[in-house]
Design a protein around this ligand. Structure first.
Ligand code: MRU
Length: 353
């Protein structure tokens, strides 16, 4: 497992995932503006990884603020938070991380600013480490749904590098393998940015988990021939009613699964559940640069000049297509998700066993 993002000697190092799998390059961010640029330009992408990067970016930002008192520090810090929040709209982990850090700052406003700045570095590191622990728990719950010999299918990249480490959907695969199960994974290439081909296939090969890369339009072919046992994907935002926003193409995969009677699982931490969003219709969907569609890696043109392009980066899979949502607190039926908004609820009782 290589680090996705790390704090080193006052610098945030982000793995430049746009260069994978050809090169392993880390971009060094000395200010919050560079971290924000890195999130926007997909150096680090994947909902949990975006959240952790933002937290580290805010710790950098706090060091850039010139202030003598908390009263002059706070409005500048809020501006930095807004700058960070404007990077990508769909993955709720970004807003979750920013809100957590803001709360943390408010809770510690009686400390000296220098102490507070140091505490923010420690706190962002804690969020980083907590994300890995969360993924391991999720993996353990999810592995129970994977049988020895299963053929899985996945979309996009919900691997180690989409998180602080270990991965969500890929964490489940990893945990199944660690439990001694033999699995094989069909990897959707995931047009237009190719997170499946460039990142998931690469990560699975590094982990020696057998996989076959397919183009997105081949999934039905393999399902029709009974060659897929289950689908598992990550999520960018899960609404209160269990609808899931994930990489564009996820919805189509889920519909195909329903048609073929194949279970469709979503693995995501609680920080991806947005209890303030009632349904998928309320989830903002990022529209990205048309060049991602008309060019391969912004270089090789594959469409006519000036062609009209749509490039929504995510779609919403309605809850009715989802077999279970696997979290660090267990796996739940999407229809029960809203009950988890109450922190006092007995999650054990709601868990799918
Ligand atoms: O545009 P991306 O690469 O950030 O999209 C990522 C996804 O859609 C992932 O499936 C999702 O964030 C889950 S990552 C554990």
């Amino acid at each position: 497992m290589i680090p996705t993002v790390e704090w080193k000697d006052g610098i945030v190092r982000m793995l430049d995932q746009t260069k994978l799998p050809i090169e392993i390059v880390y971009n060094e961010c000395k200010d919050y503006q560079t971290v924000a640029r890195g999130i926007k330009e997909l150096w680090v992408r994947g909902a949990p990884a975006i959240g952790v990067s933002a937290a580290m970016g805010l710790a950098l930002g706090a060091r850039q603020i010139k202030a003598d008192t908390f009263e002059t520090f706070w409005p500048q810090f809020e501006e930095i938070c807004s700058h960070m929040a404007a990077t990508r709209p769909t993955a709720v982990n970004l807003f979750w991380a920013i809100d957590s850090i803001k709360r943390f700052v408010q809770q510690n406003k009686d400390k000296s600013l220098d102490t507070l700045r140091e505490m923010l570095v420690v706190e962002s590191q804690r969020m980083h480490d907590e994300d890995i622990a969360t993924n391991r728990k999720m993996g353990a719950f999810g592995a129970a749904f994977v049988a020895d010999g299963d053929n899985l299918i996945t979309h996009c990249n919900a691997g180690s590098i989409a998180t602080a480490g270990y991965g969500t959907a890929e964490g489940v695969m990893r945990a199944a393998v660690e439990a001694g199960k033999k699995i094989h994974v069909y990897v959707d290439e995931t047009r237009p940015v190719l997170q499946g081909a460039r990142l998931t296939a690469w990560e699975l090969m590094e982990e020696k988990i057998p996989c076959t890369l397919i183009t997105d339009n081949m999934a039905g072919y393999f399902m029709f021939r009974d060659m897929v046992d289950l689908a598992i994907v990550g999520a960018d935002r899960i609404a209160k009613n269990g609808d899931v926003a994930n990489k564009i193409g996820t919805y189509g995969l889920a519909v195909l699964c329903k048609e073929h009677g194949i279970p469709f699982y979503v693995a995501a931490p609680f920080s991806t559940i947005d209890f303030n969003t009632e349904s998928g219709a309320d989830i903002p969907i990022e529209e990205r640069d048309p060049r991602e569609v008309t060019h391969v890696f912004g270089k090789v043109q594959i469409a006519p000049d000036k062609v009209k392009v749509a490039n929504p980066a995510f779609d919403v899979t309605p809850a009715r297509y989802i077999t279970a949502i696997i979290t660090e607190k267990g796996a739940f039926h999407p229809r029960d998700l809203h009950k988890l908004a109450d922190p006092a609820v007995d999650t054990e009782k709601l868990r799918i066993k």
